[in-house]
Design a protein around this ligand. Structure first.
Ligand code: KG4
Ligand code: ZN
Length: 342
């Protein structure tokens, strides 16, 4: 007899994107993301405005996800939501919504770790994409985290190193802000840097022990450099935008890839995986593939739609949790900070 299909409805609300997705086994049937433009004018995410926008968006986003998937609510096997880490007020909206829906529909509830989900997005079934084989090394780079993770199994992950200060995405966004770009500036640095000379400006790289990272020194050195140059020429940034973006991007990518290379040499994985919002960065994607070629190992890069925050990655993680009966109860709450579950 054919095995029964598993349908998961997933909700992601950890930061400034409200997202809902439906998966059928390993395949994503719908993945709806409502961004929040309101933060651009403030140069960063304003937590209270984010919570309010989630409240407004969550019902229509879930409704569209269900309709687009072409299923009915009674076909769903479980409801997954992001428990953390993230902004508490934002998380609480998704968790409360998921709890209410699970109670109303009498379905199991699954509480997903956002950082694990970024990594497990690699297990979404996609045409022509090979899934990583355990154990593998993940470089997870987002707006809030920068982590090197040794992934032994779906829910057995060891944190090898992380940032001591700013995350990689935060570094992109803060440096972009110094150059006068709106939030989030990371994708704009990528865009403007495409025609620039990455070797035109040199910025200092940190010296940090082990497999940890640091980005706040880079931010300060770019700030000091821009202050000095704009005193001489107020149009300095505008006139050198492409070269500045390409040079900053090259420095961030080198900081990430230098540590990744150290971890590859130490742990000798056969597979490496890139995860998190910054994995959308074009320079990082090509440097990451290059490392795979250099070390003769398989490199896995997520599709663009699964790089930045999305509920598809929550759905696939929920599917593996349901299989393992890792079910939450109605006492579930959100956590702004959580360690890896193993
Ligand atoms: O994973 P994510 O969507 O949210 C968090 O969990 O934090 O990551 C968002 C981060 C932001 O800092 C954004 O600027 C960065 O990812 N990002 C990029 C690019 N696309 C998104 N940074 C550099 N280049 C990009 N193309
Ligand atoms: Zn994220």
């Amino acid at each position: 007899m054919a095995e029964k299909d598993t349908f998961i409805l997933a909700i992601e609300s950890s930061c400034d994107d409200t997202s809902a997705a439906i998966c059928k086994n390993d395949t994503i049937l719908s993945n709806i993301v409502a961004g929040q433009k309101v933060h651009a004018q403030y140069g960063g995410v304003v937590p209270e405005l984010a919570s309010r926008a989630h409240m407004k968006n969550i019902l229509p986003v879930v409704d569209v996800a269900v309709k687009e998937a072409g299923i009915t609510l009674d076909q769903i096997d479980a409801i997954a939501c992001t428990k953390g880490p993230g902004l508490l007020g934002s998380l609480l909206v998704g968790v409360s919504f998921a709890k209410s829906l699970a109670l109303a529909l009498n379905k199991p509830l699954l509480d997903v770790n956002h950082m694990q989900a970024h990594i497990l997005a690699h297990f979404i079934q996609e045409e022509g994409k090979e899934k990583p084989q355990f154990p593998f090394l993940s470089l997870t780079v987002s707006g809030g985290h920068t982590q090197l993770v040794w992934v032994k199994d779906y829910f057995e992950m060891d944190l090898l190193g992380s940032t001591l200060d700013d995350a990689a995405g935060e570094a992109f966004d803060k440096i972009a802000k110094l150059m006068g770009f709106p939030y989030p500036g990371g994708p704009l640095i990528d865009k403007y840097g495409k025609d620039g000379d990455p070797n035109r400006f040199r910025f200092s790289k940190p010296r940090v022990d082990d497999l940890n990272f640091s980005f706040s020194g880079l931010k300060t050195s770019v700030m000091n450099f821009l202050n000095a140059e704009t005193q001489k020429n107020p149009n300095f940034v505008e006139e050198n935008k492409s070269d500045l973006c390409a040079s900053v991007q090259k420095t961030i990518v080198e900081i990430l890839c230098d540590k990744l290379a150290t971890a590859i040499e130490r742990f000798e994985p056969q597979d490496i995986a890139l995860a998190g919002g910054v994995s959308a960065n074009s320079a990082l994607r090509s440097a990451f593939s290059e490392l795979g070629i250099q070390y003769k190992i398989r490199s896995h890069i997520p599709a663009f739609e699964f790089c930045t925050d999305n509920a598809a990655m929550i759905a696939i993680t929920g599917k593996y949790m349901l299989e393992r009966k890792m079910i939450a109860d109605q006492s579930l709450s959100a956590s702004a900070r959580i360690a890896f579950r193993s």
